[in-house]
Design a protein around this ligand. Structure first.
Ligand code: PT1
Length: 286
C-alpha cells in the first residue's frame, strides 16, 4: 500500500480519504451550465474566490480542466485548452497552499502545467494520447489513470461489457504497467474506474459496489461520481439537485477505502469523509 503521494514540493499522506475539488475552467462545464461564463471567461477574481473557498472547506487537491468530458461534449482545440488552463494554474500556484491537478490528455499541457507549479496529472484517457506517458514520466508527478469506453462525444450510446469490473481493472492495470515500463514510478499511479464514461447506470453501480476490488490492486483509487447522471437516472434529479446521491456514493467509497474523491461540494464531502473515517477507526465492541 502506498502511504505518501509526492506531488512536486508537496506531500499528501494517504490516510483516510482526500477530497479533490473540481475547478472547471470550461465555458460549458456540466454542473454550472456555463452560467459563470456569461462573458466568455471566468474572471480571475471569481476563480480565485472559488478555489480559496474549496481549500477553506478542506480540499487538499484542486482539479483544473479546460476540456469538458461529460457525455456529448465537443472536443476543444489543444491551444484553446492550454489558454484556459495555464493562466489558472499560474494564478493559483502562487496564491494557494494546495496541490493543483491538471485534468488533461494533452502532453504539451502536462509539461507546461508542471513547469508552472501543477502537482498532479489527471487523464481521463489514461495517457493514451501521443507523448502523454513520456510527458508524465518527465514531470515526475503523480498521475490518475481513468477508464473510458469510447469518447465523450459517443460514450453513452451503447456501452458493452462482459464483466464491467474485471474489464475495467484489467485495462487500468495494463495502463499502469505501460507507464511503469516507461519510467513513471509505481508509487505515483492512481487508478479511477471512470464513472459515467461509457457505462450504464447498472455498470456504474457495479463499479462503485466493487470499490474494494479496485483498492485491493494496491494502487490508490480515485472515485469521481459527483453530480453525475447516474444519480439523475436513479433519483430523477437534475444536476444541481444531486447532492444527497453524491454524498451517499462518497460515504460508500470512503467506507471501502477510496484514497481520493473528486467532488464539486467540498464542504459536505469532507464532513462525510470525516464521519465515515471516524467510524472505520472504532474498535470492535467486546
Ligand atoms: C472522473 C472525471 C474526471 N469526471 C477523473 N477525472 C469528469 N479522474 C472529468 C455524467 O454522467 O470521474 N475522474 N474528469 C467529468 N465527466 C463526466 C462524465 C461528467 C459523466 C458527467 C457525467 O453526468
Amino acid at each position: 500500500m502506498i502511504r505518501q503521494l509526492k506531488c512536486a514540493d508537496k506531500s499528501l499522506a494517504l490516510e483516510g480519504t482526500l477530497v479533490m475539488g473540481i475547478l472547471n475552467v470550461t465555458p460549458d462545464s456540466f454542473s454550472d451550465g456555463g452560467s459563470l461564463f456569461a462573458n466568455q471567461r471566468l474572471s480571475t477574481d471569481q476563480l480565485l474566490c472559488r478555489a480559496e473557498r474549496m481549500v477553506t472547506d478542506g480540499a487538499v487537491i484542486l482539479d483544473i480542466g479546460g476540456e469538458s468530458t461529460r457525455p456529448n461534449a465537443e472536443a476543444v482545440s489543444q491551444q484553446q485548452e492550454m489558454d484556459r488552463v495555464l493562466p489558472a494554474i499560474e494564478l493559483l500556484a502562487a496564491r494557494l497552499d494546495v496541490v493543483l491537478s491538471v485534468d488533461t490528455s494533452n502532453a504539451a499541457l502536462m509539461l507546461q502545467a508542471a513547469s508552472l507549479g501543477a502537482g498532479m496529472i489527471n487523464d481521463v484517457r489514461a495517457l493514451e494520447r501521443d507523448g502523454a506517458v513520456e510527458a508524465v514520466a518527465e514531470t515526475g508527478l503523480p498521475v490518475c489513470l481513468m477508464h473510458m469506453q469510447g469518447a465523450p462525444k459517443n460514450m453513452q450510446l451503447a456501452p458493452v461489457y462482459q464483466d464491467v469490473c474485471s474489464e475495467v481493472i484489467e485495462y487500468l492495470l495494463g495502463r499502469a504497467a505501460i507507464c511503469e515500463k516507461q519510467g513513471v514510478e509505481k508509487d505515483k499511479i492512481i487508478l479511477d474506474p471512470g464513472f459515467g464514461f461509457g457505462k450504464t447506470l447498472q455498470q456504474n453501480l457495479q463499479l462503485l459496489k466493487e470499490t474494494a476490488q479496485f483498492v485491493a490492486s494496491g494502487y490508490p483509487v480515485l472515485i469521481g461520481t459527483s453530480r453525475k447522471s447516474m444519480f439523475g437516472q436513479l433519483l430523477g434529479r437534475e444536476v444541481n439537485d444531486r447532492l444527497a446521491g453524491t454524498l451517499a456514493s462518497v460515504a460508500y467509497a470512503v467506507m471501502h477505502g477510496a484514497a481520493i474523491v473528486r467532488v464539486h461540494d467540498v464542504k459536505e464531502c469532507v464532513d462525510v469523509a470525516k464521519v465515515i473515517t471516524a467510524l472505520k477507526e472504532q474498535g470492535n465492541y467486546e
